[in-house]
Design a protein. Structure first.
Length: 174
């Protein structure tokens, strides 16, 4: 039995300078369109989705061993912000658990928690969702992209400080 320890990076007072300076959703591979979405009932983290809806993700993970799956957990604006962040995390964890049960490696899944700060849709029912993305972005880019609007990022793959804070090469200019 493989035990994993979740890693957490949370934005408590704002976003990182790197995210504010350099990352825009338009330049991000995640910015295209989501692969899938899973919707939830009011105040619920129970997944009501057939494995057939998520099976393309298993196939993608098998065909793209260096790719990651990002699960954006969102809620509607009903209730306190702190509660909504926890609910969004539970929703993303529920989808992650379903993907792991289907055979996707949990170390390749990253949870991006937005709570009520996710992009709003036409109705509250459409805001209660987990949006699923596939990407080749390194973990530090996923974190910085998420923390522009999001509240937290969770992952289980161990990473080094250097991987989370890559040194940008200095280029001499004249």
């Amino acid at each position: 039995m493989k035990l994993t320890i979740p890693f957490l990076c949370a934005a408590l007072t704002g976003t990182s300078a790197l995210a504010q300076q350099s990352l825009s959703h338009a330049d991000s591979p995640r910015a295209s369109s989501p692969v899938s979405e899973v919707f939830f009932g009011f105040d619920s983290a129970r997944v009501h989705v057939a494995e057939g809806q998520l099976s393309p993700l298993l196939q993608w993970a098998q065909q793209h061993p260096s790719g990651r799956i990002v699960l954006d957990g969102c809620t509607d604006a009903t209730g306190p912000d702190a509660y909504n962040v926890r609910l969004a995390a539970r929703r993303a964890e529920a989808v992650r658990d379903k993907l792991i049960a289907m055979g996707v490696d949990g170390d390749r899944i990253v949870l991006a928690v937005y709570g009520e700060d996710g992009l709003h849709r036409a109705t509250n029912a459409l805001d209660r969702r987990v949006t699923i993305w596939t990407t080749y972005e390194p973990l530090h880019a996923i974190i910085d992209t998420t923390l522009v609007r999001g509240k937290a990022v969770l992952w289980s793959e161990p990473v080094t400080y250097a991987e989370l804070h890559p040194v940008r090469s200095q280029v001499a200019t004249r």
